[in-house]
Unconditional design. Structure first.
Length: 264
């Protein structure tokens, strides 16, 4: 069963001549553990799709199911409870509380979800490369470090789904790589489904799947960089094994011939 299933999902704004179809008949299934990159030009519907999956936006029509259950769109309290229980959201501008330390920012999310675990919070900060920086305030950290705090915070309540909207948009390419590596490693270790919006095509190498949108529609759905790398690695390994077995067979044949000549 798919973790996320969208059927004929649409989100329209305005009416008549001012009608904007931000999403226009989206049909999509995403399985547990997939890492999905959403690509497309500005206005293609990427962020609207992400916000709909996050239950932050209400579709005009269509259905949205999460783990086999229809998400209660239109009911504010139910939508809030759904997000709290299932989703971790990473924002482009970090959204850390300036008067709380890195550790306190992570613990706050746990407190709000009713599951404080200081040990887990510290472990998550260490996992994203912030060991020893737990007591620093956001103003004492670089942009990349702040974004890694945001990643740890989003994972603090062990969500089923992580969403990111241009989460490396304010970072240089080197820092973006560090941040994405930290995010993807943690999500893969925990089999956490991840969906992120990006304009940076180089980041698709971290995805198992790439979905291209344009004018509110999915125009292309393909395997991402991770799956391609895994497939390539498997092919290389298979070739090496095949070559090794071939070499072993040749050696065995030579040994057999030598043994035969000695016995004769």
């Amino acid at each position: 069963m798919s973790l996320i299933e969208l059927n004929d999902l649409s989100r329209h704004y305005g009416e008549g001549e001012t009608l904007v179809k931000a999403l226009d008949g989206i049909n999509l299934k995403i399985d547990q553990g997939e890492i999905v990159a959403l690509l497309g030009p500005s206005g293609s519907g990427k962020t609207t799709l992400l916000n709909t999956i996050a239950a932050l936006d209400i579709p005009t029509k269509g259905t949205y199911s999460f783990d086999g259950n229809e998400v209660p769109m239109g009911k504010v309290e139910s939508m809030t409870a759904f997000r709290r229980e299932n989703i971790g959201y990473i924002f482009q501008f970090f959204n850390l509380l300036a008067d709380l330390t890195a550790l306190e920012n992570v613990l706050l999310v746990q407190d709000l979800s009713g599951s404080r675990d200081r040990g887990l919070a510290i472990e998550l900060l260490e996992t994203v490369g912030l060991e020893g920086l737990e007591n620093r305030f956001p103003s004492q950290m670089s942009g990349g470090q702040r974004q890694r705090v945001a990643i740890a915070r989003s994972l603090a309540k062990s969500p089923r789904l992580i969403l990111g909207d241009e989460l490396t948009g304010n970072l240089d390419s080197e820092t973006s790589t560090v941040v994405m590596e930290a995010l993807i490693k943690t999500c893969r270790d925990n089999n956490t489904t991840t969906i992120f919006v990006t304009h940076d095509h180089s980041l698709t190498r971290f995805a198992t799947r790439i979905i291209h949108l344009d004018s509110g529609k999915i125009v292309k759905d393909e395997s991402g960089g991770i799956d391609n790398m895994i497939t390539t690695s498997k092919m290389v390994i298979e070739d090496v094994i095949e070559d090794a077995l071939g070499g072993m067979k040749k050696v065995a044949s030579k040994v057999k011939n030598i043994a035969s000549s000695i016995l004769e």
